[in-house]
Structures are given as structure tokens and as C-alpha cells.
Ligand binder design. Structure first.
Ligand code: AHG
Ligand code: MN
Ligand code: MN
Length: 344
């Protein structure tokens, strides 16, 4: 805490990082600050959700063929409305919108592309379990056609210039990184001050954890390698600290954040529960890539079971990938099982 008893605000932190970049123009700072305002508004709605008519489902089905919760729609609209007029975005991609979101003609365009999951963990909204917002930011490639082409918007996660998430839980926390060794930093929202203040400086994930997170209800739909992997984490073995503890709340962002701080592995394997979704439930652009950048910068790893999430060349806006993410040793073990290097 400094003299005013406030501490480092997220704005101070971003400005300090940007001052160290000769090429910084302030555009990125503007973008991130506006996203933070949107998150503060979403946080306010989440925290009073039990009191106003913002709970429950809209009765609609989204492009993901999932029930759309009112808070999904609210969060999506808040982010789009706030971000589209700041003049820093070329376009956006949201989990809730079937196609890329164009910046309306009346607003200036910029060079950044924002992919986001406006509300992650929707099934938990009505039961007061932590939910969140996940984002990944890319810079538009030079020499594009000038048209709003998916082929020009989609880039591998390794190209992200920043990524992070907000968790709306017992407190509202923002965790983000700008990569390139700048580290992963966490900020807690102080409602009385209305500011995110630095609370988790330079987060590092333990190399090996003691927690595994997976929806075991999908066990009947997994292949042999996946079953062997989950059984491995449950098999007693003193030398490797097994069995691991099972922790799974059903909000990716909350499960990920706990494992980031404590160590462990989160898994959403491919399953045959829905033949239309043979590569698992989670989305590459709005869930896997942003968290893969955060975890890599914190010393961890994220894999689809065969290789790094960040190196996947995206082909569709809403493509789904199997996700193994967390402590490096645990994710490498998962990769060994899924890729067949370890006998099931
Ligand atoms: P979203 O609410 O954005 O659709 O994401 C929900 C995801 C993710 O948050 C969580 O890890 C996963 O769904 C839980 O899925 P299951 O209920 O199938 O375990
Ligand atoms: Mn999600
Ligand atoms: Mn969502």
C-alpha cells in the first residue's frame, strides 16, 4: 500500500509496462482500460444478479447450441458497446456471436482484434458459483485486404499481444499478461475505490500440482487413453504424490485460476457425448488460447493432448479443442498418455 493507502492501480501498472515499450502509442492502454470498465459493469450486475431480473435463461439457443443466459447476453452487449467506439479495434470475435463483429462505420477502426468469452461458467450464474470473462488480444497483420475476412482475423494463440480473464466471485479479480517475459499479474477490484489494485504480482504456477480438474461424468464417453490418464491421477503412488485431489466447479475460469495459484491440471478431453462436438467442448479462440498464453507466461503449459494449444492454426471462429492446462509436468504427463507415448 502506498501513502494514500491505495496501492498500485491496474492503470498505473499498464502505463508502467507500456512506458518500457518504445513502440507504445497508448492504443493498447486505451483498449485495456475500456475492457476494464466493461468488466466493472458486468461485475456490478453479477453481484446484484439475485436481486434483479437478470438471472435465468433467455430461452434462446446460441451458435454453440447452448442455452443463452440473460447475463451472457448482458455481458456480451456491454463489451461490444464499450469496445466498438474506442477506435482501437479492427474487429471482435465473441463466443456468443456466430460471425466476426464488425466495427460500425460511424466509429474509427484500429489495429487490434479482440476475442472474448463474455461470460464463462454460465451454468453457474444462478447458483452463485464464480463465473468470469476471458479475453485474448491480437494485432492485425500488415498488408491485409481491408475486408473483414475470417482468414485475416484468425491467428494462432502464440500471436496474442495480451490475454487474461476476470473472475466475478467472492471478489472480482483481473489476471492478465502481455507476454514476452512481462509476467502474469492479478488485480483485485476494491468497490469502495472503484479500482483494480495489484494483489497478485508475478504469479508463477508450481511445476507440478496435487489437483486434477475434470468432469468425471464424461468417463463413459472418453477413449481408453483419456480414461487411463484420469485413472493415473487417481492411482495411489507416494513417490509422485498421487492420488491427486479432485476439484471441479464447472467454471473454466474459476478452475483455471485455482490451479494457477495452487498448481494442478485442468482437463476437458475430447469425448463422444455429442457426436457433433468430437473435439471437446471448449473453444480455441475465446477460452483455450487466452488461458494458454497466461499459463505459459506463468511457467505452465497448455496442450490439446498432442502439442501446444498456442501453435494450433485456427480454421474456424468457434472451433473446439481438447484442453489440458496447468502445471507443466502434469500437462506433459497428459500429453504422454493422450499421444500414446505412455502405455494406457
Ligand atoms: P461457457 O459458460 O462460456 O459456455 O463455458 C462453460 C464451460 C467452462 O466454463 C467449463 O469448464 C465447462 O463449460 C463445464 O462444462 P461441463 O458442464 O460439461 O463440465
Ligand atoms: Mn466459456
Ligand atoms: Mn461463455
Amino acid at each position: 500500500m502506498d501513502r494514500q493507502g491505495v496501492g498500485t492501480t491496474i492503470t498505473q501498472h499498464i502505463l508502467k509496462q507500456q512506458r518500457e515499450k518504445p513502440e507504445a502509442t497508448g492504443a493498447f492502454t486505451t483498449l485495456l482500460n475500456e475492457l476494464i470498465v466493461a468488466a466493472k459493469v458486468i461485475s456490478r450486475e453479477v453481484n446484484k444478479a439475485g436481486l434483479v431480473d437478470i438471472l435465468g435463461s433467455t430461452g434462446k439457443i446460441n451458435v454453440q447450441e447452448e442455452q443463452v443466459q440473460k447475463l451472457d447476453v448482458f455481458a456480451n452487449q456491454i463489451i461490444i458497446e464499450r469496445m466498438q467506439h474506442i477506435g482501437q479495434l479492427w474487429c471482435m470475435g465473441s463466443e456468443e456471436d456466430p460471425d466476426l463483429i464488425e466495427i460500425p462505420a460511424q466509429y474509427p477502426k484500429g489495429d487490434y482484434i479482440l476475442f472474448f468469452d463474455p461470460l464463462d461458467g454460465s451454468s453457474n450464474i444462478d447458483v452463485n458459483v464464480s463465473i468470469g470473462t476471458i479475453f485474448g488480444i491480437y494485432k492485425r497483420k500488415e498488408g491485409g485486404s481491408g475486408d473483414l475476412l475470417l482468414s485475416e482475423a484468425l491467428q494462432p494463440g502464440i500471436e496474442q499481444v495480451a490475454a487474461g480473464y476476470f473472475i466475478y466471485g467472492s471478489s472480482t479479480i483481473m489476471v492478465y499478461t502481455t507476454g514476452n517475459g512481462t509476467g502474469v499479474h492479478g488485480f483485485t477490484l476494491f468497490p469502495s475505490v472503484g479500482e483494480f489494485l495489484l494483489s497478485h504480482e508475478n504469479i508463477r504456477i508450481p511445476g507440478k500440482g496435487k489437483i486434477y480438474s475434470v468432469n468425471e461424468g464424461n468417463y463413459p464417453y472418453w477413449d481408453e487413453k483419456t480414461r487411463a490418464l484420469v485413472d493415473y491421477f487417481k492411482t495411489p503412488d507416494r513417490e509422485t504424490g498421487r492420488p491427486y485431489t479432485s476439484r471441479y466447479v464447472g467454471s473454466l475460469v474459476a478452475d483455471f485460476h485455482r490451479n494457477l495459484l495452487k498448481g494442478g491440471i485442468f482437463m476437458y478431453p475430447a469425448d463422444m457425448k455429442d457426436p457433433k462436438k468430437p473435439t471437446g467442448k471448449l473453444r480455441l479462440m475465446v477460452e483455450a488460447n487466452p488461458l494458454a498464453m497466461v499459463v505459459r507466461e506463468a511457467g505452465g503449459y497448455a496442450s490439446d493432448g498432442h502439442g501446444p494449444i498456442l501453435e494450433i492454426e485456427p480454421t474456424e471462429l468457434h472451433q473446439r479443442v481438447p484442453l489440458y492446462i496447468g502445471s507443466k509436468e502434469d500437462v506433459e504427463m497428459a500429453e504422454a498418455f493422450i499421444s500414446g507415448r505412455v502405455e494406457a
